[in-house]
Design a protein around this ligand. Structure first.
Ligand code: IPM
Ligand code: MN
Length: 364
């Protein structure tokens, strides 16, 4: 397969975890005789300082021409961030515009905790049992994140508002994605909402339940988001399968899921639109540990697995990377943050982790 890939390294630990992701990508390219051309482009806070924009025009052009985009985490320390005007910060000026530009409405965040990784979780062993395997699917370009924002004054009373809007089509297309995934995996599909309070949630449910008529073979549950947050801690395995969220509820509960895994460093992500998609590590740029070669590149390498699986439809390549990631932990290796900030024989550096995965992928 011949593909042009845009690479946005981002800020903080972005460039170093990206190097390991690309190392693994190249190992797969070699083994399966693909032909990838990589185009690096500035993105995030570092792009703001070097180019005057966190999502410069030249980066947009490279992304427009690419078949897929690989993105590292963005963001800098609070003090430095405060020197950047609101609209130019990585969230408002880069991430949300990237999602909007390619209409990447389907966000996949896997919560995979097989027994080999169970000891990283703060949850008790008996709660994890035979393992957690949830695919969280979050709507990514609608709802309160993209609604009208007002900071105003009325009759001398200051106020602010964020509109939350969902159209029927926006809900339908993400519901179809979630049901299709549940059918493929032959699992439960749990729809999360806040319909006891929000009109948008009642509307969301009505559309999801209409789509459900085409998926009568799929086991379906509907759970309020606050209860889901609770249940995820008490008995996460009950959700094994697919969970569907609107944008903001999904943002919050996918981070909670990172906590269940024991580290956001174990949370890759794919953001897919009708014509283009990108993959990214779902966590922040951890400026405090940048450049120390201790960051965990799992989420970036898992995102490369997603690139193969979800964007290039090369499932075998994706599965090989996933299995390599689990194998590394099965062999007793770990990373600095998972080891509680201690070093040791089996504690891998960022580059050591990537070398090992690239080695497994190449067949050693
Ligand atoms: C995420 C992030 C983003 C979000 C921020 C950085 C805009 O938290 O991808 O989960 O809220 O979607
Ligand atoms: Mn988030």
């Amino acid at each position: 397969m011949k593909k042009l890939i845009a690479v946005l390294e981002g800020d903080g630990i972005g460039p170093e975890i990206m190097r390991e992701g690309i190392k693994v990508l190249k190992a797969v390219e070699k083994r399966y005789k693909h032909d990838f051309t990589l185009e690096y482009a500035p993105f995030g806070a570092s792009a703001y300082f070097s180019e005057g924009s966190p999502f410069p025009d030249k980066t947009k052009k490279i992304c427009d021409e690419a078949d897929a985009i690989i993105k590292g985490p963005v963001g800098i320390s609070v003090e430095k961030m405060n020197t950047i005007p609101q609209k130019m910060r990585p969230e408002a000026g880069a991430i949300l515009p990237l999602r909007k530009r390619y209409d990447t409405f389907a966000n996949y965040r896997p919560v995979r905790l097989p027994e080999a990784l169970a000891h990283f979780s703060p949850l008790k062993k008996e709660i994890i049992g035979s393992g957690i395997d949830i695919l969280m699917i979050r709507e990514l370009v609608g709802g309160i994140y993209f609604g009208k924002k007002t900071e105003g004054e009325d009759n001398n009373m200051k106020f602010a508002s964020d509109d939350c809007v969902y159209t029927e089509e926006q809900v339908r297309r993400i519901a179809v994605v979630a049901f299709e995934e549940a059918r493929k995996r032959k699992t439960l599909m749990t729809n999360i909402h806040k319909s006891n309070v929000l009109a948008t949630s009642r509307f969301w449910n009505a559309v999801v339940e209409e789509v459900k008529q085409d998926y009568r073979d799929i086991e379906y549950k509907s759970v309020l988001v606050d209860n889901a947050a609770y249940q995820l801690m008490i008995n996460p395995r009950q959700f094994n399968g697919v969970m569907l969220f609107e944008n903001m509820q999904g943002d919050i509960l996918t981070d909670q899921a990172g906590g269940i895994l024991g580290s956001m460093g174990l949370m890759p992500s794919a953001c897919i639109g009708p014509e283009k998609g990108y993959v990214e590590a779902a966590h922040g740029s951890a400026p405090d540990i940048a450049g120390k070669n201790i960051a965990n590149p799992y989420s970036m390498i898992g995102s490369i697995a997603f690139l193969f699986e979800k964007i290039f439809a090369l499932e075998e390549e994706g599965a090989l990377i996933w299995n390599s990631l689990f194998r590394l932990f099965e062999e007793g290796y770990t990373t600095y943050e998972l080891a509680g900030g201690k070093s040791g024989d089996k504690v891998l550096s960022t580059t050591g982790f990537g070398d090992r995965i690239a080695g497994y992928v190449s067949g050693s």
